[in-house]
Design a protein around this ligand. Structure first.
Ligand SMILES: Cc1cc2nc3c(=O)[nH]c(=O)nc-3n(C[C@H](O)[C@H](O)[C@H](O)COP(=O)(O)O)c2cc1C
Length: 309
C-alpha cells in the first residue's frame, strides 16, 4: 500500500514554521491555513502572510474559503501567478458561525451545485483543485457523496473527507462508512480520510475501515509533529522512538523566529506551546516565561532551565 500522510489545514497553527517541521517529520503534503478568496481579491496584505511559503514545504495546497465562484476564480489566478502552489483546496467544512452565516465553509455543503461551480471557477487558474468536505451539514443530511460528485464532475482531483458532520463538531465518533463510500464511488480520484488520527493504531483503523491510503492528520500532530514518521514506521513494522522534546521545541521555535520577529512569533505560538507542554510538571510557569521572552537567547535560557540542559 502506498501510504500518504498530509498535514491538514489548521487555522492559527499550520503556519510556515509548523508546516516545515511536519515536512521534516515525514508529511507528504501540507495545506496552508484557510485564506479568504474575497480578501485576496481586495488585495488584503494579511492574506499574503498566509500564502507565503518556503520551497521545502512543497507540495503545498492553498486552502481557500468563500462562497462566490467569481472570488475563487480571481483569487486563484492571483495566488497561482504569485506563489505557484501545487494546487488549491476548497474549504467546505468550517463550522465557525461567522463563516457559516456568510454561506462559506461547511455551509457550501447545502448546495453541491455551488461546490461544483466553485471548483470550476478555481480550476481556471490552471492548477489542480481539491475539496475538503465533512460528511454533511447534520446527521440527518449526510450528502458527502453528492458534494463529492459535484466536485469531481467539475474537475476536482482530490477529495478529503473529515468523517464528521458539522453537527458532529470536532468530537463525534468518525463515520468511516461515509468515507468508504466516497472511496468506492470515485475510484479515479484521490480520496483522503481525516478525523481522529492521533496515533498509528487510529491510522491503521482508518485505513482498514475506509480503504483509503491517504490520511490527513490534524490535531494529532499538534505538540506531536513526529506523528508522520511514527505512523510510517508502524506501517513498516518498525519500532519508533519519539524524538527528544527539547530538541523538537527548539527546532520549532527556531523556525517560528526565523519567519517572524520574536515579539510576534511567541504570542502566536502560545496555544502550540500548550500542546508541547501538556502534562509536564511546572509547564504553566515556563510557558508564561516564554511569553515574556524578548530574544532568541532568552528562549534558549528558559528551555534549558526547564529541560535541565
Ligand atoms: C483549531 C482548528 C483550526 C482548523 N482550521 C481549519 C482550516 O483552516 N481549514 C479546514 O479545512 N479545516 C480546519 N480545521 C479542521 C481540521 O483540518 C480537521 O478537519 C479536524 O480537526 C478533524 O481532524 P482531527 O480529528 O484529526 O483533528 C481546523 C480544526 C481546528 C481544531
Amino acid at each position: 500500500m502506498d501510504l500518504k500522510l498530509s498535514l491538514a489545514p489548521l487555522a492559527g497553527y499550520t503556519d510556515r514554521a509548523f508546516r516545515t517541521l511536519a515536512k521534516e517529520f515525514g508529511a507528504d503534503l501540507v495545506y496552508s491555513e484557510m485564506i479568504s478568496a474575497k480578501a485576496v481579491c481586495y488585495g488584503d496584505r494579511k492574506t499574503h502572510d498566509l500564502a507565503d511559503f518556503d520551497e521545502i514545504e512543497r507540495p503545498i495546497l492553498f486552502q481557500l474559503f468563500g462562497s462566490e465562484p467569481r472570488d475563487f476564480e480571481i483569487a486563484a489566478g492571483i495566488l497561482a501567478e504569485r506563489y505557484h502552489p501545487e494546487g488549491f483546496d476548497i474549504n467546505c467544512g468550517c463550522p465557525v458561525p461567522k463563516i457559516v452565516k456568510s454561506g462559506e465553509g461547511s455551509e457550501l455543503m447545502r448546495s453541491p451545485a455551488l461546490i461544483g461551480r466553485i471548483v470550476e471557477a478555481t480550476k481556471k487558474a490552471g492548477l489542480p483543485v481539491s475539496v475538503k468536505l465533512r460528511t454533511g451539514v447534520d446527521e440527518a443530511h449526510k450528502n458527502v457523496l453528492d458534494c463529492a460528485r459535484a466536485a469531481v464532475e467539475s474537475g476536482a482531483t482530490l477529495v478529503a473527507v473529515h468523517g464528521r458532520s458539522r453537527e458532529g463538531g470536532f468530537s463525534a465518533p468518525i463515520d468511516f462508512e461515509s468515507i468508504a463510500r466516497v472511496r468506492e464511488e470515485f475510484s479515479d480520484v484521490e480520496v483522503a480520510a481525516n478525523g481522529g488520527i492521533t496515533n498509528a493504531r487510529a491510522a491503521k483503523e482508518t485505513i482498514e475501515k475506509t480503504g483509503v491510503s491517504h490520511l490527513m492528520l490534524a490535531r494529532g500532530a499538534l505538540g506531536h509533529p513526529w506523528l508522520f514518521d511514527e505512523i510510517k514506521a508502524a506501517f513498516r513494522g518498525e519500532d519508533y522512538t519519539a524524538p527528544d522534546l527539547y530538541t523538537v521545541l527548539t527546532q520549532h521555535l527556531d523556525l517560528a523566529c526565523r519567519f517572524k520577529p520574536v515579539s510576534r512569533a511567541l504570542p502566536e505560538m502560545r496555544s502550540q506551546l500548550a500542546f508541547y507542554f501538556k502534562g509536564l510538571r511546572g509547564a504553566a510557569q515556563t510557558r508564561e516565561k516564554l511569553m515574556r521572552a524578548a530574544s532568541r537567547a532568552d528562549i534558549d535560557a528558559i528551555l534549558k532551565e526547564f529541560f535541565n540542559r
